[in-house]
Ligand binder design. Sequence first.
Ligand code: AMP
Ligand code: MG
Length: 514
Amino acid sequence: MSASEASISGPQPTSLGAAPGVHFGFQNTYARLPERFFARVNPTPVAAPRLVKLNVELAHKLGLDPAELAGGSGVETLAGNRVAEGAEPLAMAYAGHQFGHFVPQLGDGRANLLGEVIGQDGVRYDIHLKGSGPTPYSRRGDGRAALGPVLREYIVSEAMAALGVPTTRALAALTTGERVIRETALPGAVFVRVASSHLRVGTFQYFAARQDTDGVRLLADHAIGRHDPEAAHTERPYGTFLEGVIARQAKLVAQWMLLGFVHGVMNTDNTSITGETIDYGPCAFMEAYDPATVFSSIDANGRYGYGNQPRAALWNLARLAEALLPVLELEAGGQEAAVASANEALQAFAPQYELARMAGLRSKLGLFTEQDGDAAMAENLLERMAANRADFTLTFRRLCEAAEGVEGDAGVRGLFADPSAYDGWAAGWRRRLEEESKSAGERAAAMRRVNPVIIPRNHLVEAVIEAAVARGDFSPFEELLDAVLSPYEDRPGLERYAAPARPEEQVSRTFCGT
Ligand code: AMP
Ligand code: MG
């Protein structure tokens, strides 16, 4: 060994001859699957990348150096202008039911999986660029993303993480210096997404639709290895895996319902098998409680309205079960047994969902013990809220004060069109609270840990987008992001973020990012 070989220190210049690249430490497994699982394609460089926001805390969790990411070559890498060492950019193949209609080939039409990194928690994460240029799956799309939807995804996904909901995360948002043409010309952007994986129900459907049983099996083995390693040691790995996905989705959707979150596009290609919320398009949080709430401009029939979400999730899981049938058959010993085991797994959804929702409602109401009448009492409150257009988030938050004493009632009453509708319910609730042994102070504190004061209200998200897109002003984005990152804390000065939209501010329609 020569002296020079032995004395290399630090990163080597890349072939570009530029500054040393960002060290991601990629350890890719998806790229090792057969070539028919994806298309190898690099991001398409953009004209003038500029970092809008870097998630420093998340970078640390991933073992990445924020200073490196924010530096010249980091920004080039995040924008897709430069391929980091160890990255193996690819567009994943998937299919999906969109509003009930099956499309056998969707795939990443405007995204690249750069590779996988192992976080400080030992978990493997995908680093994924959205809006990074056309791929073989782009169909008629331009492969790009507009700034507005990128900012929405950044804020709402980080708010969900802060609220404690499983979700993909935002590592960075960048502007491209290019325009994208939608209804009008808009500033282009790239979103850097982090996920436990990008395996969707639609990924399984892609292979099932092609009668590619080997593909389904390889994908299921890959998914089990990554997300359900204990399933591999059971007698029925695929059945156990299906049960795991169902359990995760049941819990996830219960959390959405308990926070008033409306996903908006629960197509099977937007349903993650990790149990993370994925694909923030026309999503929004409900204000006045109404189970029929729909925001998405493309959801004319309300298929994915607030109250339909549990049903939509189960429908998607049934499609996953169908896609897995060929491999379930292998372990169940025949088609009939496979169908029976799939149905049994699907039947577990409703009780698991109800259990999670009821446990959540109890916590929201300050109940530590279980009694028979609890469910009826909770439903009764929701009915009164619906009839009186009470703000979902504020009703539960203000109940925290009411739980400490009747002085707190005024705040809740004021949210009901007819305040006496609250009084009628509150009397019964108080009697029920008397049967709990916790002190009022303890109860209120526990309630404040599950009933947020700040959610990313739709009119505020819209105002953030308007300021950034029309005026290049990102300070409203920074301010709203800061507010939603501490959703359970009463912070002086942030009252405006807790307040529902005034009538003239209300935004009842949201648009997809495409
Ligand atoms: P989404 O509604 O974002 O879940 O996207 C559904 C499908 O359309 C996915 O296959 C996307 O990759 C694709 N798609 C969405 N927007 C674009 C775009 N601007 N260019 C190419 N493909 C897109
Ligand atoms: Mg999608």
